[in-house]
Design a protein around this ligand. Structure first.
Ligand SMILES: NC(=O)C1=CN([C@@H]2O[C@H](COP(=O)(O)OP(=O)(O)OC[C@H]3O[C@@H](n4cnc5c(N)ncnc54)[C@H](O)[C@@H]3O)[C@@H](O)[C@H]2O)C=CC1
Ligand SMILES: O=C(O)C(=O)Cc1ccc(O)cc1
Length: 368
């Protein structure tokens, strides 16, 4: 498609959307704006955008598509400001925010002016922020939730989906209420729990100095999302207050159940509690991206000699297999750990495994 796309907020999501749009629509011009000028400058330097807009007003007036990818409370302020700006008649405005109810409510002001706003939420991302983390493959196979209001025409939704086709995401339409409830359960609430687990460990570490060292393995995995942007998550919580408050009540009931099981030493119930959790979790889709992005880990049992990491990364680099993370998983201090290499896709992991088998005799394993 031809046209001008204006992206407000050039972080992980705004930058990734810019890359996806440019990949699919080579003739489109991508204009970006960020409240932190350095971020916009970097986006231009990295060719994520074609032009920097000096202000939202400047970027918005010629745009055919405006995408807002800022923390959700900022998104509301920007929508409010857009109401009083000069815009093209046929412009479509959308956002990437993790909540939809408050944002869609705010879009009424735009609707009253005859401007089409379609709420959007690409359900993939990471705990990283900023333009340097942006990637064109971030949303591949992920769900992309849209919450168009009744007055939005089907062609307008279609047009937005065409602009966003380079995400290779799967579009799903639902109501803002349903959106906030579902994402509350599977995304927002887990972030609260991850943060609370970290706080609990931090408190313990004041008296038990071994805690940070012991927390390097499984604890790090279950709390990865606690490293996300505090500004973004503050806004999400405030937007989805009612849902999260009711989930907190459910959670406290759940914890009470666990307390009772343990106090009464009900071994059957405790077993069953873990078994049912395992069964449901094991049945979750593995090879497709859900709301919480999948990382494809490969475990390599490496010997303890200097240079082994560069040997492995060298083999992968030769085959042009990109890795997203590499670390040593230490289970026992005196034994050299297992190397954990993370990939963006299942295919990359499979190629890497084959490549390591071809060039070394190290054992590998794929975590499920
Ligand atoms: N991080 C993730 O995994 C996901 C985030 N989202 C949503 O996408 C939105 C953006 O998140 P990220 O890209 O991760 O955050 P980020 O922190 O990487 O980027 C946000 C950018 O917005 C800029 N910004 C803030 N206020 C602004 C304003 N008034 N005008 C212009 N720019 C402004 C910031 O300077 C920053 O560069 C949020 O609403 C978030 O809820 C949605 C899906 C996944
Ligand atoms: O990093 C993770 O696992 C995430 O949970 C990413 C994420 C953050 C916010 C969203 O609205 C959707 C996905």
């Amino acid at each position: 498609m031809n046209g001008r796309v204006f992206i407000i907020g050039l972080g992980l999501i705004g930058g990734s959307l810019a890359l996806c749009i440019k990949k699919q629509h080579k003739n489109a011009t991508i204009i970006g704006f960020d409240v932190i000028f350095e971020q916009a400058k970097l986006a231009k330097m990295l060719s994520v955008i074609d032009e920097i807009a000096p202000s939202i007003e400047d970027g918005a007036k010629e745009a055919d598509l405006i995408l807002i990818a800022t923390p959700v409370q900022e998104t509301e302020r920007i929508m409010q400001a857009l109401v009083n700006m000069e815009l093209k008649d046929q412009v479509i405005i959308s956002d990437a925010g993790s909540t939809k109810k408050e944002i869609v409510k705010r879009s009424k002001l735009l609707a009253d002016k005859g401007v089409a706003f379609i709420g959007g939420h690409p359900m993939a991302g990471s705990h990283k922020s900023g333009i340097t983390a942006a990637k064109s493959i971030l949303f591949e196979n992920a769900f992309y939730l849209l919450t168009p209001e009744d007055h939005i025409r089907a062609e307008q939704v279609q047009q937005l989906q065409s602009w966003l086709s380079g995400t290779k995401a799967r579009f799903i339409t639902l109501s803002p209420d349903e959106h906030d409830y579902l994402t509350g359960v599977i995304s927002h609430f887990p972030h609260v729990i991850a943060a609370s687990l970290v706080h609990q460990a931090e408190k313990t570490s004041e008296t038990k100095k071994l805690v940070p060292r012991l927390a390097a393995g499984g604890f790090r995995d279950v709390t990865r999302i606690a490293s996300s942007s505090p500004e973004m998550w503050r806004d999400i919580l405030l937007h989805n207050k009612e849902v999260l408050l009711s989930l907190l009540v459910n959670w406290q009931e759940e914890m009470q159940k666990v307390t009772n099981m343990l106090e009464t030493e009900n071994s059957e119930e405790i077993y069953d509690y873990f078994l049912r959790a395992k069964q449901f979790r094991d049945e979750l889709p593995q090879k497709q991206k859900g709301a919480i992005p999948a990382f494809y880990d490969l475990f390599v049992d490496v010997p303890d000699y200097p240079g082994v990491i560069s040997e492995i990364t060298g083999i992968l680099a030769k085959e042009e297999i990109s890795i997203t993370n590499i670390r040593i998983l230490e289970t026992r201090e005196e034994i050299y750990g297992v190397l954990v290499i993370s990939f963006q896709t299942e295919e990359d992991r499979e190629r890497a495994e084959a490549c390591i088998h071809l060039h070394t005799s190290y054992e590998t394993s794929v975590a499920l």
